[in-house]
Design a protein around this ligand. Structure first.
Ligand code: S3P
Length: 448
C-alpha cells in the first residue's frame, strides 16, 4: 500500500446511462451519533440501517475500548448496551479514529469531562486536520486538552465536572456544535451554543430521542448539564451525502429515471437538491415518513426520509448562495461535476471550510477538473467553473478523499475517454459497496 501506483484505483469507461432503484447505505453522521449516545445512555440502544463503513466502525471500536459492550448481529444491525452516566472507562491505548473527523471531534466533547485520560489519533489525513476549533471552547468549559500545533494527537486529561459556557461558533460546524453539546451533558449549568448559520442538527434531534431536553432559541441551542440519556431505537436513513452521487448521475444520464429509496432529507442536509433544482434539474421528492425511534414525520426528534426520483435534464450554471453552503458542505465535489456539465458559469464562494475536509477539496477538484479539460479557477474560498459538453479522459488524484473519488467516478458518464481515479481505498469509509452499486446502476466502473 505504500507505493502510490499500488494503491486501489478506479477505471471508469466513458458514457453510459443510469436507471433503476437504489438504496444507498446508512447515514454516516447519524450512525456515529447513535453509537455514541447509545454508549453513554442507560439501557440498550438498537440501531438498524447502521453504516458499516470504516469511519463508523472506528467509533464502534473506540467505544468498545472505553468499556461499552456492543453486539452486531448483522452488519447493519447494532445493539449498544449503554454504560450509563459515568460508566465509560479509560482505554488501554490511544483511540484510533482512522479517517473520521466526526469521530475525533465528537469524542473530544464526550471525553472532555471524564475522570480519566484519553488520547485520540487518526490516519495521515486526520492527523493534519484542525482540532483547536473544538479544543478551545472545551478549555473554556474547564477541560484539559492538548493538541500538537492545533492538530492530533489530541490528549485529554481527566477533568472534574465541566462548567457551562455561552459560545458563538466562528464557523458553521455541526462537529464543533455537537462536541460542545456532548460536553455540556457533564457540565454544571446551562450551556448555550450559537451558530452563525444552521449546520446539520442530527445531534439535537437524537439527544431529544434519547430523552434529553434541549431548547432552541433562534440560532442558539441551550442544554442543561447533568441530564441522563435513555437507550432507544434508532432507524438510520440512507445517507443523503451518498445518494448525492447518484442524484447527480441521474441528472446527467437517467433518461428513464432513477429512484433513490429511503433517503434522509433533514433540511440541514439537502442543500444540494436546492442547488440542482436551481440549475434546472428534474428531481421529485416523495416523503416516506420519519426515521429514528418511533417518531413519524410530525415528531420533532425524527429524521425525515423520502424517496427521491431523478431524471436527466439540461443543467444551467448558477451562482451558489452562501446561505446554502453549510447545507451542502459535503456535496461540493459532486456538485462541481454537475457544474462542469451545465451550460454557462458556476461560482461558489464562502466555502473556505472545503479546504480542511479529508483533503483540500477546492484544490483537489480544481486540479482534477483541469486534468479532464474543464476550465476553472480556484478562488481563495471557492471555485469558478465554465460548464462545457463534458470531460476529456485522464488520470485524476483523489488525495485519498472518498468524496473526490466518487465525484470523478460520476464524471465518467459525460466523459469522451476513460478516467482513471487514484487512491480510492477510502471510499470504504463512507460508502461500502459503491463500485457494485454504481456498476449496477449503469456506470462503467471497475476497481483495480
Ligand atoms: C459532520 C459535519 C460536517 C461534515 C462532516 C460530518 C457531522 O463537518 O463535513 O462530513 O457529522 O457533524 P463540519 O462540522 O466540520 O462542517
Amino acid at each position: 500500500m505504500s507505493e502510490p501506483q499500488q494503491r486501489a484505483r478506479y477505471l471508469v469507461r466513458p458514457g453510459g446511462r443510469v436507471a433503476g432503484e437504489l438504496t444507498v447505505p446508512g447515514d454516516k453522521s447519524i450512525s456515529h451519533r447513535a453509537l455514541m449516545l447509545g454508549g453513554i445512555a442507560q439501557g440498550d440502544t438498537e440501531i438498524s440501517g447502521f453504516l458499516a463503513g470504516e469511519d463508523c466502525l472506528a467509533t464502534l471500536r473506540a467505544l468498545q475500548a472505553l468499556g461499552v459492550r456492543i453486539e452486531r448481529p448483522e452488519d447493519e444491525h447494532v445493539i449498544v448496551h449503554g454504560a450509563g452516566p459515568g460508566g465509560l472507562q479509560a482505554a488501554a491505548a490511544a483511540l484510533d479514529m482512522g479517517n473520521a473527523g466526526t469521530a475525533m471531534r465528537l469524542f473530544m466533547g464526550l471525553l472532555a469531562g471524564q475522570g480519566f485520560d484519553s488520547t485520540l489519533v487518526g490516519d495521515e489525513s486526520l492527523m493534519r486536520r484542525p482540532m483547536e476549533r473544538v479544543a478551545l471552547p472545551l478549555r473554556l468549559m474547564g477541560a484539559r486538552i492538548l493538541t500538537r500545533d492545533g492538530r492530533p494527537p489530541v490528549k485529554i486529561r481527566a477533568a472534574a465536572r465541566l462548567r457551562a459556557i455561552d459560545y458563538s461558533l466562528p464557523v458553521a460546524s455541526a462537529q464543533v456544535k455537537s462536541a460542545l453539546l456532548l460536553a455540556a451533558l457533564r457540565a454544571f449549568g446551562r450551556t448555550r451554543v450559537t451558530e452563525p448559520a444552521p449546520a446539520r442538527d442530527h445531534t439535537e434531534r437524537m439527544l431529544g430521542a434519547f430523552g434529553v431536553e434541549l431548547f432552541r432559541e433562534g440560532c442558539t441551542v441551550a442544554i442543561e448539564g447533568g441530564q441522563g440519556l435513555r437507550g432507544t431505537q434508532v432507524r438510520v436513513p440512507a445517507d443523503f451525502s451518498s445518494a448525492a452521487f447518484f442524484m447527480v448521475a441521474g441528472c446527467l444520464a437517467a433518461d428513464r429515471g432513477l429512484l433513490l429509496r429511503n433517503v434522509g432529507v433533514n433540511p440541514t442536509r439537502t442543500g444540494l437538491m436546492e442547488l440542482l433544482l436551481r440549475m434546472g434539474a428534474d428531481i421529485r421528492v416523495h416523503p416516506a415518513g420519519g426515521a429514528q425511534g418511533q417518531g413519524g414525520q410530525g415528531d420533532s426528534h425524527a429524521e425525515p426520509i423520502a424517496d427521491i426520483e431523478v431524471r436527466a435534464s439540461r443543467l444551467r450554471g448558477i451562482k451558489v448562495p452562501e446561505t446554502l453552503v453549510p447545507l451542502s458542505i459535503d456535496e461540493f465535489p459532486v456538485f462541481f461535476v454537475a457544474a462542469a456539465c451545465a451550460e454557462g458559469e458556476t461560482e461558489v464562494r464562502g466555502a473556505l471550510e472545503l479546504r480542511v475536509k479529508e483533503s483540500d477539496r477546492l484544490a483537489a477538484m480544481a486540479d482534477g477538473l483541469a486534468t479532464l479539460g474543464v476550465e476553472n479557477q480556484l478562488l481563495q474560498d471557492g471555485l469558478w467553473i465554465r460548464g462545457s459538453q463534458g470531460f476529456g479522459g485522464g488520470t485524476v488524484e483523489s488525495h485519498g478523499d472518498h468524496r473526490i473519488a466518487m465525484a470523478f467516478a460520476v464524471a465518467g458518464l459525460k466523459a469522451r475517454a476513460p478516467i482513471e481515479i487514484l487512491d480510492v481505498a477510502n471510499v470504504a469509509t463512507s460508502f461500502p459497496g459503491f463500485v457494485d452499486m454504481a456498476h449496477g446502476a449503469g456506470l462503467q466502473i471497475e476497481a483495480l
